[in-house]
Write a protein that binds this ligand. Structure first.
Ligand code: KMH
Ligand code: ZN
Length: 276
């Protein structure tokens, strides 16, 4: 098995700053979190940004500040969200790609998202992918439901995408596929050959999904974007969630990837250039 890539999604767009004292919602806090996550065994960070009042933003300047803070503090693979928050326009979501992060997410279809709809029509996906291709940004395909894999195949037939890719299976969103080991296995079976994958289990499913991925040879995403708690009633710090996965992997005899090793596994060439 490849060494385990642990991605941390420390902020997200849904968690409110009054729900936890541990949300790194400023660039400075993101930098500090990046360092702590790397020290705990993480190799990638999935980035959303907030304004100082905790509200969501996809402003390029805020992402630039976050990117610089993360780069200054760590060697983590930096992956921007292009999903953003419900209600953001596709242009807003894709605008941050001009900063040329090493990776960015591409959600591969629309999905009910609580009482909302996370909209990712084919025109939206094509527009985001074209920008990724223009800026040389590697996608991570976000799969919330089984049909999203078929959608990714369609984008590949349109030559906007080539396989294999790195895929993140997001399981347990209310409205998406449930977080069960059976569903995880079904999705993994359906992936195009050669894809690497991670799983992001939502809420209390984060840990069991991580344990399944460690055993299956997949990779893991944890963090406050997807889960606020370390255990019942105990709020988590991002680095604690990463450290626990690293410890379990060690117990299972699975090596944990450094950022450099993770770049090897994903076929990323190190991006040393400063932020554009
Ligand atoms: N906040 C969700 C609506 C992504 O980052 O690409 C979308 C999301 C996915 O978090
Ligand atoms: Zn996200």
């Amino acid at each position: 098995m490849d060494p385990l890539i642990i991605t941390c999604a420390p902020v997200g767009a849904e968690v409110r700053i009054d729900q936890t004292p541990h949300l790194p919602y400023t660039p400075k806090l993101l930098g500090e979190t990046a360092r702590a996550v790397q020290d705990a065994g993480g190799s990638m960070i999935h980035v959303h940004c907030r304004n100082d009042d905790g509200s969501n933003t996809h402003a390029v300047e805020r992402f630039r500040a976050a990117y610089e803070a993360i780069r200054a503090a760590s060697d983590l693979i930096v992956q921007f969200s292009t999903g953003g928050a419900i209600g953001m326009t596709p242009d807003e979501r894709a605008g941050v790609l001009q900063l040329r992060p090493e990776m960015a997410t591409l959600t591969c279809g629309s999905v009910n998202f609580g009482d909302d709809i996370f909209q990712n029509s084919f025109p939206i996906m094509r527009a985001i992918l074209k920008k990724m291709n223009d800026y040389g940004v590697r996608p991570e395909l976000e799969i919330f439901d089984k049909g999203h894999i078929a959608n990714a195949r369609r984008l590949a037939r349109e030559r906007l995408l080539s396989f294999p890719q790195h895929v993140d299976l997001v399981l347990g969103v209310p409205g998406g596929l449930e977080a069960t080991v059976q569903n995880l296995c079904d999705l993994v079976d359906d992936l195009p050959g050669g894809c690497t994958w991670s799983v992001a289990g939502i809420g209390r499913q984060q840990l069991p999904m991580a344990m399944a991925a460690i055993a299956m040879g997949g990779h893991v995403r944890v963090g406050l974007e997807d889960n606020l708690y370390y255990s019942r009633g105990k709020l988590a710090r991002n680095e604690e969630l990463v450290a626990r996965v690293a410890r379990i992997a060690a117990e299972a005899g699975r090596a944990v990837a450094t950022p450099e090793k993770a770049r090897d596994v994903l076929g990323l060439s190190r991006q040393t250039a400063p932020v554009a």
